[in-house]
Write a protein that binds this ligand. Structure first.
Ligand SMILES: C[S@@+](CC[C@H](N)C(=O)[O-])C[C@H]1O[C@@H](n2cnc3c(N)ncnc32)[C@H](O)[C@@H]1O
Length: 259
């Protein structure tokens, strides 16, 4: 696994080059879309044949934030992040505005389908609404709590083509992540033991992005070759160390430590 000194958008361009080399216009999805900013970056970088955007855009997503009536002291109240969402996350109008913002970004893109539903409830709608049987890339960034990420990984792996990818956002253990009760890295650790996916690359950043691919896929070698021959600085480590990753904040920059 390559720990790459880069950001998630570089990964999109890298995967685009890999799909091009493979002569494939990818079919892609994003789970957890918010206002569609990252979805548009994915769309522009990967030029997909089809794209599906899935988000509940609902205050019900707050219910899963913590199982406890009283938040533990290391977890911040959910509305601490209202600035990021453009209003209170308990207010339906905030979610309706985000949904409309997203729709307006993709209004002229006929190959994009937007499904307003919980990630798992959306699954039976995908094929009838889009004709898609399998995705070449699924970007997972919906509910970030352990059980939910694990559930997204477990269900959506079956919708990923044999040589397809999953990308996981916010896959880190960091002081800032702890304040949001993130369980993404821990869910990945469990998923890797239950599946034939392996992490092939991770960004050396807070809110890290991880590329996952099946261990017997030809894409494992192709991504490896693409990164090796790119100008992205990286350090190679055994992928089994992924669960040990921890973000450390220095005076000048953030790094990932596996020690
Ligand atoms: C961090 S935001 C996504 C940000 C976006 N991917 C980006 O990078 O710009 C998380 C989104 O996931 C959605 N979400 C949370 N839980 C969900 C669930 N169970 N099903 C569907 N969407 C969910 C929220 O509505 C929110 O818009």
């Amino acid at each position: 696994m390559k720990v790459c000194m880069t950001h998630r958008e570089t990964f999109y361009h890298l995967l685009s080059a890999v799909f091009n080399a493979y002569n494939k216009q990818p079919v892609i999805a994003e789970l957890g879309v918010l206002r569609g900013e990252n979805a548009l970056r994915l769309y522009n970088a990967l030029n997909p044949e089809k794209m599906v955007l899935i988000d509940s855009w609902s205050p019900a997503a707050n219910d899963a934030y913590s199982p406890f009536d009283q938040l533990p002291p290391w977890v911040e109240a959910i509305d601490t992040y209202a600035y990021y969402y453009g209003g209170s996350m308990y207010d339906m109008a905030t979610w309706d505005n985000l949904y409309q913002e997203c729709l307006s970004k993709f209004a002229d893109k006929e190959n994009v389908t937007v499904i307003r539903a919980e990630t798992i409830d959306a699954i039976p709608d995908i094929q009838p609404r889009t004709g898609i049987e399998k995705f070449d890339l699924v970007y997972i960034d919906a509910n970030h709590q352990y059980e939910y990420i694990l559930r997204d990984l477990m269900y959506y792996q079956d919708l990923v083509a044999e040589d397809g990818f999953m990308l996981l956002n916010d896959c880190c253990h960091s002081p800032n992540g702890t304040k949001q009760n993130l369980g993404v890295l821990e869910a990945l650790g469990s998923f890797l033991k239950r599946s034939d996916f392996v992490p092939v690359a991770v960004t050396n950043t807070d809110w890290s992005d991880v590329i996952l691919v099946r261990k017997n896929s030809v894409m494992l070698q192709l991504v490896d070759i693409a990164i090796t021959n790119s100008d992205i600085p990286f350090v190679e480590i055994p992928h089994q160390l992924m669960s040990a990753a921890r973000v450390v904040y220095g005076a000048h920059r953030t790094n990932i430590s596996f020690a």
